[in-house]
Design a protein. Structure first.
Ligand SMILES: *Cc1c(COP(=O)(O)O)cnc(C)c1O
Length: 411
């Protein structure tokens, strides 16, 4: 694998220079310019190949260009792509049936991006609080966790505890309370008669692949039931097989009141997100209360239905559990040295580095030169999240590179 040096006059360098010149600098990508991909492998504009161990933050659970998803996409695009919800379309009902059965929920409200689905869940919980629970107008509170990541809209960054996400973007939306993640007593203490919802990631993804203590989710579920608070699981990153079960909440047998999905729901092909809930909760919406021009479009419905079908038929959650366990065992063999801890579930894995290792981003850059794509989350954690369709020999290949790199010199 030839090293990629953005300073030589390659196609890569030209693309990066132009990007720097013409785009907003709201990202700092690793220096690789991908131009084609298939399965777990991508190729850059200069013809180098890389193993994708990030999967677009779990949006590519099915890998790149899954043939059946591509066929569904192309055929549906030719037939009908968009009607808006002003009219019915023939892909909508089958999608709603498929996803509600898959999730064991009564009703679905489709949107496009993850952040929109989280916004939808917040609106749902507030309206349920006022119309059903009987909270006084304007008083609804939602409890969220330290280290959360739920998206980037103004309301969502209003309850982030990451200073950079908030800096310069106020004034913020009130009505949110932060509690430490994994602390049941703190959660119960924060509940008041005005609490309408508890919004939580069953494993914090952007927060550094943080798995809460065993029993936490179950305990929160019980407290929500006891105090009549909606348990709202943000499974945008953890859902749809990633952690070795359909949903990360399944590991503790927890059923949320409000389930938020995105990322992999679009089959790696397009943005598709959804909020699912019971009749009682979703019943608060009346025509005109909420919506989205592209939400529930036939192309999205066809692709998402196909994605769910493949997930179940090909037992991708089981595959993630089996491969993830083996891969994590091997990675744990690297602890000591620069590796402090290996944590995660299924194929959502964090390699937490020691302070001596320096920033995780430098190690990810090093792995890029080895032909592997991965990404830091918080400063000191490398996130490993390959497509669930990855071959085991490719995981072995990746392990060799990771082991060699982390046993080598600090970058
Ligand atoms: C990615 C992510 C989001 C936001 O999704 P977007 O599609 O980027 O808006 C929300 N919550 C979690 C847990 C995520 O990982």
């Amino acid at each position: 694998m030839p090293a990629v040096d953005p300073h030589t006059p390659t196609q890569t360098a030209r693309h990066i220079e132009s990007t720097e010149r013409h785009s907003a600098h709201n990202y700092a990508p690793l220096p690789v310019v991908v131009s084609r991909a298939s399965g777990a492998w991508v190729e850059d504009v200069d013809g180098h190949r890389y193993l994708d161990m990030l999967s677009a933050y779990s949006a590519l659970n099915f890998g790149h260009g899954h043939p059946e998803i591509v066929d569904t996409f192309v055929e549906q695009a030719k037939r009908l792509s968009l009607t808006s919800r002003a009219f019915h379309n023939d892909q909508f009902a089958p999608f709603c049936e498929t996803i509600t059965r898959f999730c064991g929920m009564d009703r679905v409200l489709p949107m496009n991006t993850g952040a929109e689905a989280v916004e939808t869940a917040i609106k749902t919980a507030r309206k349920w609080g006022y119309k059903v629970k009987g909270v006084a107008d304007g008083k609804a509170e939602i409890i969220v966790c330290d280290g959360n990541f739920h998206g980037r809209t103004v309301t969502i960054v209003s309850f982030s505890d990451d200073d950079q996400y908030r800096d310069g973007f106020g004034p913020f939306t009130p009505g949110f309370k932060l509690v430490p993640y994994g602390d049941l007593a703190a959660f119960e203490a924060a509940i008041t008669p005005n609490t309408v919802g508890f919004l939580v990631e069953p494993i914090q993804g952007e927060g550094g692949i943080v798995v809460p203590p065993e029993g936490y989710l179950k305990g929160c579920r019980d407290l929500c039931t006891k105090h009549r608070v909606l348990f709202m699981a943000d499974e945008i990153q953890t859902g749809l097989g990633r952690t070795g079960r359909k949903f990360a909440c399944d590991h503790e047998g927890v059923k949320p009141d409000v389930l938020i999905l995105g990322k992999a729901l679009g089959g790696g092909m397009m943005p598709v997100s959804a909020v699912l809930a019971s009749d009682e909760v979703m019943g608060v919406f009346r025509p005109g209360d909420h919506g989205s021009t592209f939400g529930g479009n036939p192309l999205a419905c066809a692709v998402a239905s196909k994605a769910l079908e493949i997930l179940e038929r090909d037992r991708l959650p089981e595959r993630a559990a089996r491969f993830g366990e083996r891969f994590m065992d091997k990675l744990r063999g690297l602890t000591g040295g620069y590796v402090r801890e290996v944590r995660g579930r299924g194929l959502l894995i964090g390699i937490a580095l020691t302070p001596e290792a320096g920033p995780a981003k430098a190690w990810c850059k090093q792995l890029l030169h080895e032909g592997m794509l991965c990404k830091d989350t918080v400063e000191s954690v490398m996130r490993i999240a390959p497509p669930l369709v990855i071959e085991e020999m490719d995981l072995d290949w990746a392990f060799e590179r990771i082991a060699r790199t982390l046993r080598g010199k600090r970058p």
